[in-house]
Design a protein around this ligand. Structure first.
Ligand code: SF4
Length: 341
């Protein structure tokens, strides 16, 4: 909502206070109380005068809070949060614990327009983009349960670059020193590969890390698995990534979901190496996490390791991500699975 103070960046809050003839310090109080002290109502921001707080409330300003509907805990430390939005839509976020790392995987849309065949979210009806406040509040709720979130991945429900402006606004808020101060190098946007938006991201003043879900070494396999593959051929995506790397000099992570008999053969690994040659990348091989009506199966551990070896031998640093949080349907590709008919 336009009157949601949680949705505003620091400079926008300064503009609001200035338009109410208040001192800039009031904007600072607003930001600190909302994003550092978790204020959920204007009245709790006590350094502001009573009259100004009342005026904001009278004008319809408020501070959004997601409704936590459910929480699921996996024995491996993974926690899945289910939130309700004000219009009845539901989203999920996942906390992953790995040593000192407390990572939160946040959602950016209710549903997803991209329709990837191996992903439960892609089978749901697209409802809408999340606001920046709805994205940052996933972090604030997770922190209230699991402690400080050190790393953030935009890899939950939805395609982040399909909601570009709100995603970048949420990153600006979460990265702000007056708020949560999550370092930009600890924030990753994961995209299914939208070339135009990748180019836009490269030119943006805020540059988080970038991960790209390729999942296939050629267009024929990719378009079978991902609807977006029919719209944007790999050549176009690699071109956008080359441009991104030229401007940012950042290494890109390639996400590759290992699907039995579809994209996991030796020749696929070799073709992937050739495809990635012009880029500086590392790769994550993800064991497929099928949802109930999914038509695909996960590759065998042997197949995944063999595939990884080919990538590693060609100089691509490769990690294998075996299942995390599967018992609570919180693994990669499973978000929203419990709502599928
Ligand atoms: S994998 Fe990502 S982009 Fe594809 S349908 Fe799922 S959420 Fe959307």
């Amino acid at each position: 909502m336009d009157k949601d103070l949680k949705d505003k960046t620091y400079s926008e809050l300064l503009e609001i206070v200035a338009s109410h003839q208040q001192k800039p310090l009031c904007g600072q109080y607003l930001f600190i109380f909302i994003h550092q002290k978790d204020a959920t109502e204007i009245n709790a921001i006590t350094p502001l005068s009573k009259a100004f707080r009342q005026q904001l409330a009278d004008e319809g300003f408020g501070i959004l809070s997601l409704a936590p509907l459910d929480q699921h805990d996996d024995p491996d430390g993974t926690v899945k949060f289910v939130f309700g939005l004000c219009d009845g839509a539901k989203i999920e976020a996942v906390r992953l614990k790995d040593g000192d790392r407390n990572t939160l995987c946040v959602s950016t849309q209710a549903g997803c327009r991209m329709g990837c065949k191996f992903c439960a979210t892609g089978q749901l009806k697209f409802r809408r983009d999340l606001t920046a406040a709805e994205i940052v509040d996933q972090v604030y709720h997770a922190e209230s349960i699991c402690g400080r979130i050190s790393n953030l991945v935009y890899m939950g429900m939805g395609e982040p670059l399909d909601n570009f402006d709100n995603v970048m606004r949420s990153i600006e808020i979460l990265n702000d020193k007056r708020g949560r101060t999550i370092g930009i190098r600890r924030i990753t946007i994961s995209t299914c590969g939208l070339p135009e938006e990748i180019t836009k991201l490269a030119a943006h003043e805020i540059r988080p890390r970038l991960a790209v879900s390729l999942h296939a070494p050629n267009d024929a396999i990719r378009s079978k698995l991902m609807r977006v593959g029919r719209k944007h051929p790999l050549e176009e995506i690699i071109g956008a990534l080359k441009g991104y790397q030229k401007l940012t000099n950042k290494r890109i992570t390639i996400e590759y979901c290992m699907i039995d008999g579809i994209n996991d053969q030796i020749e696929h690994a070799k073709a992937l190496v050739r495809l990635l040659k012009p880029l500086r990348v590392n790769a994550n091989l993800i064991e497929l996490n099928p949802f109930p009506s999914c038509r695909y199966n996960a590759s065998s551990t042997h197949q995944i390791k063999e595939f990884a070896q080919i990538l590693t031998r060609s100089g691509i640093e490769t990690n294998i991500r075996f299942k995390r949080g599967r018992s609570i349907k919180a693994a990669c590709g499973q978000l929203g699975a419990t709502w599928l008919k």
